[in-house]
Design a protein around this ligand. Structure first.
Ligand code: FMN
Length: 171
């Protein structure tokens, strides 16, 4: 990691988190160098919970990535510059069940200290320890338009990741 990235404090992340997640998008990756999978996500949030810096990711149960999130204690979240949009589109429209994303062009995997996977091309990587999960329960929707997001009733499972290390790409 150190060849390409420098570890920073989460308070040194100076980009707008709404833009980072909602517009730039992120790659959620789980697994280790022997077997991993990643998917694009644009829904999530980051902040502080239980006195820890955290990121919440939302993964529908039919995603192949879901299996990796379930079976691994750590995951990573990677953010990219605009020039990598094509690969984010592929990872957001193709399942690892149909295409081995470990061989995808334009993403060079790196093992992190927690043995999760980061990508050399990323501008920012958050290494996360899975500390909590829960499933969205429609019984608790307070506004009815949210249900429209779930015509198949495939309610997301959300994972709270403690950000154990944040890595910024070397200049
Ligand atoms: C811009 C964008 C954002 C997405 N955000 C999410 C998300 O937050 N949660 C989710 O479950 N799927 C999201 N997806 C869909 C998955 O990325 C997509 O279904 C992917 O092919 C899943 O891959 P997998 O089956 O290999 O896990 C998004 C797709 C795109 C293009």
């Amino acid at each position: 990691m150190e060849k390409f990235f420098t570890e920073i404090h989460t308070e040194e992340i100076n980009e707008n988190i709404f833009k980072l997640i909602g517009k730039d998008w992120m790659l959620i990756t789980a697994g280790d160098k022997n077997k991993y999978n990643m998917m694009t996500a644009s829904w999530g949030t980051a902040g502080v919970l239980w006195r820890k810096p955290v990121i919440f990711t939302f993964v529908r149960p039919q995603r192949y990535t879901y299996e990796f999130m379930e079976n691994n204690a750590y995951f990573s979240v990677s953010f990219f510059e605009e020039k990598h949009r094509d690969v984010l589109n592929i990872c957001g429209t193709t399942s690892g069940r149909d295409l081995n994303k470990m061989n995808i062009d334009g993403l060079s995997p790196l093992s992190t200290p927690s043995n999760s996977i980061a990508f050399e091309e990323a501008k920012l990587v958050l290494e996360c320890r899975k500390i909590y999960f829960d499933d969205i329960d429609p019984a608790f929707f307070q506004v009815f338009d949210i249900e429209k997001v779930y015509p198949a009733k495939d309610y997301h499972r959300f994972y709270v990741g403690e950000i154990v290390r944040a890595w910024k790409k070397n200049a």
